[in-house]
Each structure stands twice: as structure tokens, then as C-alpha cells.
Design a protein around this ligand. Sequence first.
Ligand SMILES: *Cc1c(COP(=O)(O)O)cnc(C)c1O
Length: 358
Amino acid sequence: MINFTVGPVQSSGDVRAIGAENVPYFRTSEFSAVMLENEALMQKFAQAPAGSRTVFITGSGTASMEAAVMNVFTPADKVLLVNGGSFGQRFHELCQIHQIPFAEIRLDTGKALTAEHLAPYENQGFTGFLVNIHETSTGVHYDPKLIADFCKRNGLFLVVDAISSFLADEFRMADWGVDVMITGSQKALACPPGISVMVLSPKAVERIEGNSVRSLYFDLKSALKNGERGQTPFTPAVGTLLQIHARLKAIEAAGGVEAETAKIAGLAAFFRSQIADLPLDVCSESMSNAVTPLMTRNCSAHEIFTILKDEYGIWVCPNGGEYKDKIFRVGHIGELTEQDYRQLLDALRDLQKRGILR
Ligand SMILES: *Cc1c(COP(=O)(O)O)cnc(C)c1O
């Protein structure tokens, strides 16, 4: 199979080789050294401000979304969130569950966030902002500069779910005044699922230290304390953390985050340059390098997904809900080459010839 989904994605041979090894004991100085290096490289690649900290949660991306909401906000906050799809909706539900007062900007599928959307919320007493910078479900990448300026003007604490866009799109945590950046192991980090990562600004660390959280596992105070010596409060997904270490070091050796982002952008540009003759329409006003969302015209998107899987050995990413038969997505993250895209393009052209893609 060739995997063009948005996660889990394909891993490098080095990362896969670690997965074949026994998982080592981890309360050791050797594992602590790995974790401290993971923290330093995450902060470097996120361009985090000096004095930032990183917490590695054993749990999928949603675990860190929930931990963020629980640890940095309280019912005394008033949060503005952007809801442009299923991941924005997840922040909506998390605020409801944890009783964080919020208002939301709802965006139609495929639509970009604009200054007009934000204007009514200027000087309205908001204290925080929650956004999935790349709403992966619809393939819309919001303008980080627009959000950053709005938050700076209004003094908002900014939490960014960059789970599918970290490494795929430029991310300047310090410049943009981002306080919490969240990502996950199975997206552009191209490791197995199981770890999510939160990079925390000094302001975020201060909020966490001052907040009381009604949870044992998700109270980040103990994670921060243990992290000082490269440890975690509970048994983490040790193997996945070793794979993340290998991956971060490989990115660093190959030219750092800029080179990695350029590679992903190159694959996205190549694929997008080759689809003009296919009966598919790009359905996002503002795309991430991580994924190309495509709308079908006269056939079912889910049927295309199924036939590519069953007859061509290719996974693209199906959509759920009301777009199940309208949209599928082609990812550009993970260990992929132009040759892989040629194979996908050949398969799509073959489906067109067979009258299935129309
Ligand atoms: C993948 C993803 C998540 C996390 O999903 P999990 O299944 O919990 O790992 C959250 N937000 C966005 C934008 C994502 O792309």
C-alpha cells in the first residue's frame, strides 16, 4: 500500500527499525537525555520563545487538546474559537465539557478566516483564543499572522492546534505570540500514533502552575516537574518517543525545519500541478502544504477511496459525515516521493478511463 492519508502516515526506515526493537527500560539517564533532546528540538523547530517548555503526552492529539483546555483556561476566561470543521467542533465540545465560556466563529466548508470574521470580537473582553491552524477535515489553513495580530491587539492567550501542520507549514511560535502549540506523532512527525506534544510558552507554564486541574493524568504540573530531568510522571509510549527522537535528529541533520517544510511543500506543489485535467476540484480557499482536499463532480468520493484501496493498493483520506460522497483528501506528509504521486496520478487517470472518476 502507498499511504496518502493524513495520519498515521509512512515512516522512514530508521523510524520503522526502532519499532522492531524491544522497548527499553526508561527510568534511566540515557532515556532522560533522549527526552531532553526531544524537548530542545521541538522548541527549536516550533521557533518557541526562550524559556519555553515541552510536554509529551501519551495519548493521541485530542489528549493534548483536552489537556490544553483544562490546564490553561478556567471558567473565569472567555475564549474565542474558530469552528470550521470537525476539529474546531472538538474544541467547542471541550470548552462545553470543561465549562469554559466561549464564543465561536463558524466557517463554511472550505472558507478561509478573514479580518471581517474577527472584527465583531475586538475589545469584547475575551481572554483566550483557540484555533486548529490547519482544519484538517476540510483542508483549510488559517492565516496565522491575522490571528496573531488579533490576539496581540486584544491581549489574548493563544492556543494553536498545529497537529497536522507542524513541519508542513511555517510555524513561528515566538513571533506570532503563540502560548501553546500542539502536535501529534502520527502526522508530519511521521511516527506511529500514541504521543502528542505541547510546546508551552513561559506564559503558558505560569498559567499551568497557577491553575488547579481536577485530573490526575492531565494535570500538567507533574509533567513539567518530571520533565525538568527528562522524565514523565507515568510510563510513556517509550518506543514512540525513541522514534520521535530519531525523526527529529534526521530533520536536523537534513537542514532543519525549513528544509523539511520545503520538501513537503514541493510534494504538494508537484501533485497540485498535475491534476488540472482530472474531473476534481480543489475545495479550499487557503491550503496547507499538508493536504489537498478534492471535490468530485459526478461520482462518489467514498467510492474512489474504496476502489483506490481495493484495486490499486493506495490509501487516500476519505471524509466523513455530509461530505462522505463529495470530498477526499490527498496528504503530502510522511515518507513520500514524486514517484509515489506519479503512481496515484496514473491510478486516477485509469479510473477516469474506466468511467468511474467522472
Ligand atoms: C489529527 C488531528 C487531531 C488529533 O486527532 P487524534 O486522532 O486525536 O490524534 C487534532 N487536530 C487536528 C487539526 C488534526 O489534524
